[in-house]
Design a protein around this ligand. Sequence first.
Ligand code: 5GP
Length: 113
Amino acid sequence: MAEATIFGKIVTGEIPVEKLAETDRVIAFPDIAPQAPVHILVIPKTAEYANVTELAAGDPGLLAEMVEVAQRLANEHADGHYRLVFNTGANAGQTVFHVHAHVLAGGLEEGSL
Ligand code: 5GP
């Protein structure tokens, strides 16, 4: 079995985080190195999917649940407007290969990616 990623260890509680949302299949917690006033990571509890492409193909309902949680967090922590980023592949900046959504909100610059 592949060694758990840092997010796998967060799911099991080996690495403690401040849980901002939790469902049976998803958890959310603040990014350790925020890139926006609100920067929250939403991840599935399963480590089965390395990236959003695999997740969309394998369990689209779980992807939809992550988006629903992202919207709820944007409502709670900002004005309901948010950017959802899934870095996919090392050359696109992905460093943790356990699929995760970056929820960015709260005073984002216009026009930036
Ligand atoms: P990626 O670059 O793979 O899209 O995103 C990984 C994200 O995980 C980065 O934004 C990084 O700051 C965050 N991160 C890495 N290790 C930890 C950690 O131990 N705790 C938390 N809360 N975030 C982490």
